[in-house]
Ligand binder design. Structure first.
Ligand code: NAD
Length: 286
Protein backbone atom coordinates (compact mmCIF):
# COMPACT_ATOMS: atom_id res chain seq x y z
CA UNK A 1 0.00 0.00 0.00
CA UNK A 2 1.32 3.45 -0.83
CA UNK A 3 1.67 5.42 2.37
CA UNK A 4 0.38 8.97 2.08
CA UNK A 5 -1.18 9.59 5.48
CA UNK A 6 0.50 8.79 8.79
CA UNK A 7 -1.55 8.72 11.99
CA UNK A 8 0.42 9.63 15.13
CA UNK A 9 -1.14 8.89 18.54
CA UNK A 10 0.21 11.05 21.38
CA UNK A 11 1.44 14.61 20.80
CA UNK A 12 4.16 14.79 23.48
CA UNK A 13 7.90 15.08 22.83
CA UNK A 14 8.08 12.09 20.53
CA UNK A 15 4.66 12.28 18.86
CA UNK A 16 5.10 15.95 17.96
CA UNK A 17 8.64 15.25 16.69
CA UNK A 18 7.44 12.33 14.53
CA UNK A 19 4.54 14.42 13.16
CA UNK A 20 6.96 17.23 12.37
CA UNK A 21 9.37 14.82 10.64
CA UNK A 22 6.60 13.18 8.60
CA UNK A 23 5.19 16.52 7.43
CA UNK A 24 8.68 17.73 6.44
CA UNK A 25 9.09 14.60 4.33
CA UNK A 26 5.86 15.20 2.42
CA UNK A 27 3.38 12.98 4.29
CA UNK A 28 -0.08 13.99 5.43
CA UNK A 29 -0.28 13.64 9.23
CA UNK A 30 -3.18 13.14 11.61
CA UNK A 31 -1.95 13.87 15.16
CA UNK A 32 -4.08 12.78 18.09
CA UNK A 33 -3.94 13.57 21.81
CA UNK A 34 -6.55 13.43 24.55
CA UNK A 35 -6.97 17.19 25.02
CA UNK A 36 -6.78 20.21 22.69
CA UNK A 37 -4.20 21.93 24.91
CA UNK A 38 -1.64 19.15 24.26
CA UNK A 39 -2.27 19.46 20.53
CA UNK A 40 -1.90 23.26 20.65
CA UNK A 41 1.38 22.88 22.51
CA UNK A 42 2.60 20.30 19.97
CA UNK A 43 1.77 22.62 17.05
CA UNK A 44 3.63 25.47 18.78
CA UNK A 45 6.72 23.26 19.15
CA UNK A 46 6.52 22.15 15.53
CA UNK A 47 6.15 25.77 14.40
CA UNK A 48 9.19 26.79 16.48
CA UNK A 49 11.30 23.95 15.08
CA UNK A 50 10.39 24.84 11.50
CA UNK A 51 10.93 28.58 12.12
CA UNK A 52 14.50 27.81 13.24
CA UNK A 53 15.02 25.83 10.02
CA UNK A 54 13.79 28.87 8.04
CA UNK A 55 16.17 31.15 10.00
CA UNK A 56 19.06 28.79 9.23
CA UNK A 57 18.17 28.80 5.53
CA UNK A 58 17.28 25.08 5.50
CA UNK A 59 13.77 25.73 4.22
CA UNK A 60 11.74 28.67 2.94
CA UNK A 61 8.75 30.23 4.70
CA UNK A 62 6.52 28.81 1.92
CA UNK A 63 7.89 25.29 2.50
CA UNK A 64 7.27 25.70 6.23
CA UNK A 65 3.65 26.73 5.62
CA UNK A 66 3.15 23.79 3.23
CA UNK A 67 4.56 21.34 5.80
CA UNK A 68 2.42 22.81 8.59
CA UNK A 69 -0.59 22.54 6.28
CA UNK A 70 -0.04 18.79 6.02
CA UNK A 71 -0.65 18.30 9.76
CA UNK A 72 -4.19 17.99 11.08
CA UNK A 73 -4.90 17.50 14.77
CA UNK A 74 -7.74 15.74 16.53
CA UNK A 75 -8.86 14.38 19.88
CA UNK A 76 -11.00 11.82 18.04
CA UNK A 77 -9.30 8.51 17.24
CA UNK A 78 -12.07 7.65 14.73
CA UNK A 79 -10.32 9.99 12.24
CA UNK A 80 -7.54 7.39 11.98
CA UNK A 81 -9.73 5.40 9.60
CA UNK A 82 -8.00 7.51 6.89
CA UNK A 83 -4.44 6.54 7.95
CA UNK A 84 -2.17 4.27 5.84
CA UNK A 85 0.10 3.58 8.81
CA UNK A 86 -0.17 4.49 12.50
CA UNK A 87 2.67 5.28 14.91
CA UNK A 88 1.72 5.23 18.59
CA UNK A 89 3.68 7.50 20.97
CA UNK A 90 1.61 7.71 24.16
CA UNK A 91 3.33 7.43 27.54
CA UNK A 92 5.32 4.29 28.41
CA UNK A 93 2.51 2.38 30.11
CA UNK A 94 1.55 -1.11 28.90
CA UNK A 95 -2.12 -0.91 29.91
CA UNK A 96 -2.56 2.41 28.13
CA UNK A 97 -0.76 1.17 25.01
CA UNK A 98 -2.99 -1.93 24.92
CA UNK A 99 -6.10 0.23 25.26
CA UNK A 100 -4.94 2.42 22.35
CA UNK A 101 -4.12 -0.60 20.15
CA UNK A 102 -7.48 -2.22 20.89
CA UNK A 103 -9.21 0.96 19.72
CA UNK A 104 -6.92 1.36 16.68
CA UNK A 105 -7.60 -2.24 15.65
CA UNK A 106 -11.31 -1.49 15.60
CA UNK A 107 -10.99 1.80 13.70
CA UNK A 108 -8.09 1.43 11.24
CA UNK A 109 -8.44 -0.72 8.05
CA UNK A 110 -7.18 -4.25 8.74
CA UNK A 111 -4.19 -4.24 6.36
CA UNK A 112 -2.74 -1.04 7.86
CA UNK A 113 0.42 -1.37 9.99
CA UNK A 114 0.10 -0.33 13.62
CA UNK A 115 3.56 0.61 14.93
CA UNK A 116 4.59 1.53 18.46
CA UNK A 117 7.38 3.91 19.46
CA UNK A 118 7.80 2.16 22.83
CA UNK A 119 11.33 2.51 24.24
CA UNK A 120 11.42 -0.91 25.85
CA UNK A 121 8.14 -2.78 26.05
CA UNK A 122 7.05 -6.04 24.44
CA UNK A 123 5.75 -5.63 20.89
CA UNK A 124 4.25 -9.13 21.15
CA UNK A 125 2.20 -8.17 24.20
CA UNK A 126 0.96 -4.94 22.59
CA UNK A 127 0.10 -6.84 19.37
CA UNK A 128 -1.79 -9.51 21.34
CA UNK A 129 -4.82 -7.25 21.83
CA UNK A 130 -5.27 -6.85 18.05
CA UNK A 131 -6.60 -9.18 15.36
CA UNK A 132 -3.59 -8.30 13.16
CA UNK A 133 -0.45 -9.19 15.17
CA UNK A 134 1.43 -9.77 11.90
CA UNK A 135 0.85 -6.06 11.06
CA UNK A 136 2.11 -4.78 14.44
CA UNK A 137 5.79 -3.86 15.02
CA UNK A 138 8.03 -1.47 16.89
CA UNK A 139 9.17 1.68 15.13
CA UNK A 140 11.49 3.21 17.68
CA UNK A 141 12.57 6.78 16.96
CA UNK A 142 15.06 8.69 19.08
CA UNK A 143 14.70 12.11 20.66
CA UNK A 144 14.48 14.58 18.90
CA UNK A 145 12.87 12.52 16.14
CA UNK A 146 13.46 15.25 13.55
CA UNK A 147 17.24 15.07 14.03
CA UNK A 148 18.27 11.64 15.31
CA UNK A 149 19.12 9.40 12.37
CA UNK A 150 18.28 5.94 13.71
CA UNK A 151 15.03 3.97 13.73
CA UNK A 152 14.90 0.53 15.35
CA UNK A 153 12.32 -1.59 13.50
CA UNK A 154 11.35 -4.26 16.02
CA UNK A 155 9.72 -7.62 15.33
CA UNK A 156 7.07 -8.96 17.64
CA UNK A 157 6.64 -12.73 17.79
CA UNK A 158 4.12 -12.70 14.92
CA UNK A 159 5.28 -9.67 12.91
CA UNK A 160 5.45 -10.53 9.19
CA UNK A 161 8.48 -10.00 6.95
CA UNK A 162 6.40 -7.63 4.79
CA UNK A 163 5.61 -5.46 7.79
CA UNK A 164 9.31 -5.20 8.72
CA UNK A 165 10.29 -4.35 5.13
CA UNK A 166 7.53 -1.74 4.76
CA UNK A 167 8.58 -0.03 8.00
CA UNK A 168 12.23 -0.02 6.94
CA UNK A 169 11.18 1.56 3.64
CA UNK A 170 9.05 4.13 5.48
CA UNK A 171 12.01 4.95 7.75
CA UNK A 172 14.14 5.66 4.68
CA UNK A 173 11.39 7.88 3.22
CA UNK A 174 11.52 9.77 6.53
CA UNK A 175 15.28 10.28 5.93
CA UNK A 176 16.26 7.79 8.68
CA UNK A 177 18.51 4.74 8.78
CA UNK A 178 16.61 1.67 9.98
CA UNK A 179 18.10 -1.30 11.81
CA UNK A 180 16.12 -4.49 12.28
CA UNK A 181 15.72 -5.88 15.78
CA UNK A 182 15.04 -9.55 15.07
CA UNK A 183 13.70 -10.53 18.47
CA UNK A 184 11.28 -8.83 20.81
CA UNK A 185 13.71 -8.29 23.67
CA UNK A 186 13.26 -5.52 26.31
CA UNK A 187 14.93 -2.24 25.33
CA UNK A 188 15.85 -3.57 21.86
CA UNK A 189 19.46 -2.56 21.03
CA UNK A 190 20.17 1.01 22.06
CA UNK A 191 18.35 1.12 25.40
CA UNK A 192 19.69 -2.32 26.36
CA UNK A 193 23.17 -0.82 26.06
CA UNK A 194 22.37 2.65 27.40
CA UNK A 195 20.28 1.86 30.52
CA UNK A 196 23.05 -0.05 32.37
CA UNK A 197 25.30 2.95 31.65
CA UNK A 198 22.72 5.27 33.23
CA UNK A 199 22.53 3.01 36.28
CA UNK A 200 26.32 3.00 36.71
CA UNK A 201 26.48 6.78 36.29
CA UNK A 202 23.81 7.31 38.98
CA UNK A 203 25.63 4.90 41.31
CA UNK A 204 28.89 6.84 40.81
CA UNK A 205 27.03 10.03 41.75
CA UNK A 206 25.36 8.39 44.78
CA UNK A 207 28.69 7.01 45.99
CA UNK A 208 30.23 10.50 45.73
CA UNK A 209 32.86 9.30 43.28
CA UNK A 210 32.35 12.37 41.06
CA UNK A 211 29.86 15.18 40.40
CA UNK A 212 27.17 14.90 37.70
CA UNK A 213 29.04 17.53 35.71
CA UNK A 214 32.36 15.65 35.87
CA UNK A 215 30.72 12.31 35.03
CA UNK A 216 29.10 13.95 31.98
CA UNK A 217 32.43 15.56 31.07
CA UNK A 218 34.26 12.22 31.40
CA UNK A 219 31.76 10.43 29.17
CA UNK A 220 31.68 13.13 26.50
CA UNK A 221 35.45 13.47 26.31
CA UNK A 222 36.48 9.89 27.11
CA UNK A 223 33.88 7.98 25.13
CA UNK A 224 33.27 10.69 22.55
CA UNK A 225 29.50 10.69 23.22
CA UNK A 226 27.75 13.94 22.24
CA UNK A 227 26.10 14.18 25.69
CA UNK A 228 26.78 12.76 29.15
CA UNK A 229 24.31 10.46 30.97
CA UNK A 230 22.87 13.16 33.26
CA UNK A 231 22.41 15.78 30.55
CA UNK A 232 20.72 13.11 28.44
CA UNK A 233 18.41 11.88 31.22
CA UNK A 234 17.43 15.43 32.19
CA UNK A 235 16.72 16.15 28.51
CA UNK A 236 14.62 13.01 27.93
CA UNK A 237 12.80 13.24 31.29
CA UNK A 238 14.17 11.14 34.18
CA UNK A 239 10.87 9.25 34.58
CA UNK A 240 11.44 7.50 31.23
CA UNK A 241 14.70 5.88 32.43
CA UNK A 242 13.01 4.97 35.71
CA UNK A 243 10.15 3.14 33.96
CA UNK A 244 12.54 1.36 31.60
CA UNK A 245 14.71 0.16 34.54
CA UNK A 246 11.66 -1.16 36.39
CA UNK A 247 10.55 -2.92 33.22
CA UNK A 248 13.99 -4.49 32.64
CA UNK A 249 14.18 -5.62 36.27
CA UNK A 250 10.86 -7.45 35.97
CA UNK A 251 11.28 -8.82 32.43
CA UNK A 252 14.85 -10.10 32.94
CA UNK A 253 14.18 -11.14 36.58
CA UNK A 254 17.36 -9.31 37.46
CA UNK A 255 17.83 -6.74 40.25
CA UNK A 256 20.93 -5.45 38.50
CA UNK A 257 18.47 -3.25 36.54
CA UNK A 258 16.66 -1.87 39.63
CA UNK A 259 16.46 1.96 39.56
CA UNK A 260 18.97 3.44 42.04
CA UNK A 261 17.51 5.17 45.12
CA UNK A 262 18.52 8.64 43.91
CA UNK A 263 16.53 8.21 40.70
CA UNK A 264 13.52 6.94 42.65
CA UNK A 265 13.70 10.02 44.86
CA UNK A 266 13.85 12.38 41.88
CA UNK A 267 10.82 10.73 40.31
CA UNK A 268 8.86 10.70 43.58
CA UNK A 269 9.66 14.36 44.22
CA UNK A 270 8.36 15.30 40.76
CA UNK A 271 11.77 16.59 39.56
CA UNK A 272 11.41 14.93 36.20
CA UNK A 273 13.99 16.63 33.99
CA UNK A 274 12.59 18.29 30.85
CA UNK A 275 9.03 18.11 32.11
CA UNK A 276 9.76 20.36 35.11
CA UNK A 277 12.99 22.03 34.03
CA UNK A 278 14.70 20.08 36.82
CA UNK A 279 16.43 16.70 37.26
CA UNK A 280 19.89 15.47 38.23
CA UNK A 281 21.55 18.87 37.81
CA UNK A 282 18.83 20.49 39.91
CA UNK A 283 19.35 17.83 42.61
CA UNK A 284 23.08 18.61 42.76
CA UNK A 285 22.36 22.27 43.50
CA UNK A 286 20.32 21.33 46.61
P1 NAD B 1 5.22 12.51 26.62
O1 NAD B 1 4.78 12.33 28.04
O2 NAD B 1 6.03 13.71 26.24
O3 NAD B 1 3.94 12.44 25.64
C1 NAD B 1 2.94 11.47 25.73
C2 NAD B 1 1.66 12.08 25.20
O4 NAD B 1 0.68 11.05 25.07
C3 NAD B 1 1.05 13.15 26.13
O5 NAD B 1 0.85 14.35 25.38
C4 NAD B 1 -0.28 12.55 26.56
O6 NAD B 1 -1.32 13.50 26.75
C5 NAD B 1 -0.57 11.64 25.37
N1 NAD B 1 -1.57 10.59 25.62
C6 NAD B 1 -1.81 9.89 26.75
N2 NAD B 1 -2.84 9.02 26.53
C7 NAD B 1 -3.22 9.16 25.23
C8 NAD B 1 -4.20 8.56 24.41
N3 NAD B 1 -5.01 7.61 24.87
N4 NAD B 1 -4.30 8.98 23.12
C9 NAD B 1 -3.49 9.93 22.64
N5 NAD B 1 -2.55 10.55 23.38
C10 NAD B 1 -2.41 10.17 24.66
O7 NAD B 1 6.02 11.15 26.25
P2 NAD B 1 7.19 10.97 25.18
O8 NAD B 1 8.48 11.31 25.80
O9 NAD B 1 6.77 11.62 23.89
O10 NAD B 1 7.16 9.37 24.99
C11 NAD B 1 6.16 8.73 24.21
C12 NAD B 1 6.60 7.32 23.88
O11 NAD B 1 7.85 7.36 23.16
C13 NAD B 1 6.86 6.42 25.10
O12 NAD B 1 6.50 5.11 24.81
C14 NAD B 1 8.37 6.58 25.30
O13 NAD B 1 8.93 5.48 25.99
C15 NAD B 1 8.83 6.61 23.85
N6 NAD B 1 10.13 7.25 23.60
C16 NAD B 1 10.50 8.37 24.29
C17 NAD B 1 11.73 8.96 24.03
C18 NAD B 1 12.18 10.22 24.75
O14 NAD B 1 13.38 10.50 24.79
N7 NAD B 1 11.27 11.02 25.30
C19 NAD B 1 12.56 8.44 23.03
C20 NAD B 1 12.13 7.30 22.31
C21 NAD B 1 10.91 6.72 22.61
Amino acid sequence: MKIQTIGVVGAGSMGSGIANLAALNGFQVILRDIEERYLDHALQRIDQFMSKSVERGKMTEDQKQEALGRISTTTNLEEFSAANVVIEAVIEDMDLKKEVFRELDRIVPEDVILATNTSSMSITEIASVTKRPERVAGMHFFNPAQLMRLVEVVRGYQTSDDTVEELKELSRKLSKTPVEVKKDSPGFIVNRIMVPQFIEAIKLLEEGVASAEDIDQAVTLGLNYPMGPFTLQDFAGVDIGYHVMEYFKNEFNNDQYAPPLLLKQLVRSGRLGKKTGAGFYDYEKK
